[in-house]
Design a protein around this ligand. Structure first.
Ligand code: GLN
Length: 427
């Protein structure tokens, strides 16, 4: 069977309607781009890339570089230091606004140009030269895309020839001491980062890397720490679409970033990366057909991040108490599914209700995963059962619950089946 996903993507391209909007013309090289190119790609976090349209055609990444450069600044300097210089509040302003927060003099967020220039300057060592910073950024973006990306020199020269606004912003940043380098160097480096060439396929893979918490889907390499990926996605969610962020949040509902060459990158954490490309832009500087495709796909495929998930099947699959030959009680609690806070709470509530037993068996054979919060909650439950005098055993052949010695009174006994309880009567 041929997968229906590429056919669905091709259908999205057919259905996205007539093009409206205009090419970005403040960068001469973009004004001469072919306006009719159109592509959509979807990458799963385990590395399958689906594509439709002109998915191999290259364009400059522009502002879609901003989340990755912010990520690099965070990885290099740590969150507290980056927050000292760049806030995380939506600005409600256009991307190229000359703006700083009134009291702190910080750029409002790293997705608008003022914050992005600052993030660029925070990469690596403050003494680094332009080439060193750009090379580090190029390497990170290449690692996320899974192939070597290059700076398009023509695009860079073209944008530099008209970079009056970004130079004004950088001089403003320097005059308030937000950046310490020569403003012209910061604009030169930032403009090179924006001129890195990508395809729609690259962007979908880069989005999937963020969606996977920083692990590149095809190489399996951890390219960013998990906490950095979370911070970047959070800022994309609130600030990535500039002065259309609220509209985007309510309709598409995915952390995203757009660029003036016509790309949009969006990520659904834990599931997939999505990218679209179509050069004509709306008044916010977002690809018009790109926004339409993302809106339609989010609604068709239920991708909105605020869409409440279907209630999971009951976590406690079975809960039985048996009487052993010596008259003492044994309780066997069998769980299923993926355990996180709310499902672990359900288990704690059920177990707290029962009478005291001499033996408590936690059967995890049908549990697919246990996140850290659930692991700590279950460990505490087992510890308390032990303090109350119960012996505890785990039926966990796949080791989904990894207990540390200090988390329980005694490490539970591990069983491979319920055979030790055979013959005991149910009460
Ligand atoms: N290089 C562009 C600029 O700084 C990027 C803007 C964008 O893509 N929104 O103006």
């Amino acid at each position: 069977m041929r997968s229906p996903v590429p056919d669905y993507l091709a259908e999205m391209l057919r259905a996205c309607g007539d093009d409206a909007g205009a090419l970005a013309d403040y960068i001469p090289e973009l004004a001469s781009a072919d306006p009719d190119r159109l592509a959509v790609c979807l990458s799963t976090i385990d590395g399958t890339l689906y594509r439709a349209g002109d998915s191999d055609s290259e364009f400059s990444v522009q502002s879609i570089s901003k989340p990755f450069v912010y990520a690099l600044a965070l990885a290099d300097r740590g969150l507290p230091e980056v927050l000292r210089w760049i806030d995380v509040e939506p600005s409600g302003e256009a991307f190229d606004e000359l703006s700083l927060e009134r009291d702190s003099r910080r750029p409002r967020n790293p997705m608008i140009n003022a914050g992005a220039l600052t993030a660029h300057a925070l990469v690596g060592d403050p003494e680094d030269d332009v080439d060193t910073r750009v090379e580090r950024i190029r390497r990170l973006m290449s690692a996320c895309a899974g192939r070597e990306l290059q700076v398009d020199r023509r695009m860079y020269e073209s944008e530099m020839s008209q970079a009056y606004r970004n130079l004004a912003i950088a001089h403003m940043l320097r005059s308030y001491g937000v950046i310490s380098q020569d403003p012209r160097d910061v604009v030169s480096g930032y403009t090179q980062q924006c001129a890195i060439s990508v395809t729609t396929g690259d962007l979908a893979t880069m989005a999937a890397t963020l969606a996977a918490g920083g692990v590149q889907p095809t190489t399996g390499e951890r390219v960013l720490p998990m906490q950095v990926a979370r911070q970047v996605l959070s800022v994309m969610m609130t600030c990535g679409m500039y002065d259309a962020a609220g509209d985007w949040m309510t309709t598409v509902g995915l952390p995203a970033k757009s660029g003036v060459s016509g790309g949009i990158l969006a990520a659904l954490p834990g599931q997939l990366g999505l990218a679209v490309f179509s050069p004509r832009l709306d008044s916010h500087g977002h690809s018009t057909r790109g926004v339409r495709i993302c809106t339609r796909m989010s609604s068709d495929m239920g991708l909105h991040i605020m869409q409440a998930p279907e209630p999971a099947r009951s976590t406690v699959r079975r809960d039985r108490t048996l009487r052993r030959a010596d008259g003492s009680l044994a309780r066997v609690c069998s769980l299923q599914g993926a355990l996180q806070f709310s499902s672990a709470e359900r288990v704690l509530r059920t177990v707290a209700d029962g009478r005291s037993v001499a033996l408590f068996v936690l059967d995890l054979r049908r549990v697919s995963s246990v996140n850290d919060a659930a692991r700590r909650m279950l460990a505490e439950m087992l510890r308390r059962l032990q303090v109350d005098g119960a012996e505890v055993a785990l039926l966990d052949p796949d080791h989904v619950l990894d207990l540390a010695e200090q988390e329980v009174v005694r490490l539970p006994e591990r069983w491979s089946s319920l055979a030790p309880l055979a013959g005991h009567v149910r009460v």
